[in-house]
Design a protein around this ligand. Structure first.
Ligand code: MRU
Length: 342
């Protein structure tokens, strides 16, 4: 199973996803600031994975504090710094809140107990995510027809999570069950998570797939080439609106037009009951450079401007079902989501 990060002897060991697939470089990070940098620059990315990285980052703040710094002050500074890395995926804030709860409960412990306790909470967050993904895989695979052809976007696999994957976990499970014919992976401009990361994972697992340019999705659906669209999520609102990688909304509109089911697979840690609709969710806008000069190669003429939203909002009415570890949620989501989380 591909897992993008782990704790090892007081360090966070993290696979640098900006270097994939050309190179497999594992970084050994010793401070929370390095973890924050890795999240901001997307060396680690994907909603569940950045939550887990932040949890380990907070453990680092306790394990390797700046000399003379009070542990509480060090922890709070790290929580604040990590929460300012990326704004959209709620798993980041969810994991930080869980770590803050653990820290509070351990406040009266001796230093050794505190170190062990915060690390144990980070490891629990990591392990629970893997277990959730496996259940998502099981629930999701049951929704697919025999010999399914699945269309996906971005990377939702082991790399984007604690391991195994959400939408790609469903693909993995369906493949194990002999139900999957082929995956179509959108290359996912501008950072090419589909072409670089999903392709790398599917090749590693020997799951049959073909890459398509993002603009080919509609024509593929029109030619009756897709049985289900399966995507992940960075944050799901109380009403079932799904925020995910830019281009997801386009896929949902196309799926609706062609009568193809559109599924979002995500752990319940991705659901944010505090936001009523997708309109309240902050959408990260990234540097224009990523569009005009992807990976340092300039395509656009000098002076060309770009707009680079990293995510979009798919309205709940276009979402056939949300696949979570607690089961498959169907509309009306304003009823089924709070019930599932109760
Ligand atoms: O910008 P990224 O690569 O962090 O975006 C990732 C996505 O949009 C994924 O679809 C989402 O986080 C779900 S990952 C299981």
């Amino acid at each position: 199973m591909i897992t993008p990060l782990r704790w090892e002897e007081g360090r966070v060991v993290l696979l640098d996803q900006t270097r994939l697939p050309q190179e497999e470089v594992w970084l050994r990070l010793s401070g929370w600031r390095e973890v924050a940098e890795a999240i901001r620059t997307m060396r680690v990315r994907g909603a569940p994975a950045i939550g887990i990285a932040a949890a380990y980052g907070l453990a680092l703040a306790v394990w390797n504090p700046s000399p003379g710094k009070d542990p509480r002050a060090a922890f709070e500074e790290a929580a604040e710094g990590l929460s300012r890395t990326r704004p959209t995926a709620v798993n980041l804030f969810w994991a930080i809140r869980r770590m803050e709860g653990a820290f509070r409960r351990l406040a009266r412990s001796d230093p050794e107990e505190l170190r062990r306790g915060v690390l144990a909470e980070a490891v629990r967050i990591h392990e629970e995510d893997i277990a959730a993904n496996r259940r998502i895989g099981e629930h999701g695979a049951a929704l697919l027809p025999e010999r399914a052809r699945v269309l996906t976007v971005c990377n939702t696999g082991g790399l984007a999570t604690g391991g195994y994957g959400t939408a790609l976990g469903v693909v993995r499970r369906a493949w194990e069950q002999g139900k999957l014919r082929e995956v179509y992976a959108c290359e996912t401009r501008p950072l090419l998570q589909g072409a670089r990361l999903t392709a790398w994972e599917l090749l590693t697992e020997r799951i049959p797939f073909r890459l398509i340019v993002d603009g080919a999705a509609g024509w593929l659906m029109a030619r009756d080439g897709v049985d289900a669209v399966l995507v992940g999520a960075d944050r799901i609102a109380r009403n079932g609106d799904v925020v995910n990688k830019i281009g997801t909304y386009t896929l949902a509109c196309l799926a609706h037009r062609h009568g193809i089911p559109f599924y979002s697979a995500a752990p319940t840690s991705t659901i944010d009951l505090a936001v009523a609709t997708g309109a309240e969710i902050p959408i990260e806008e990234r540097a224009e450079e990523e569009v005009v000069a992807p990976r340092g190669v300039t395509f656009a003429p000098r002076g060309a401007r770009a707009w680079n939203p990293a995510f979009d909002v798919t309205p709940a009415e276009l979402v056939t079902a949300i696949i979570t570890e607690r089961g498959v949620l169907r509309p009306p989501y304003h009823d089924t989501i709070p019930q599932a989380l109760a």
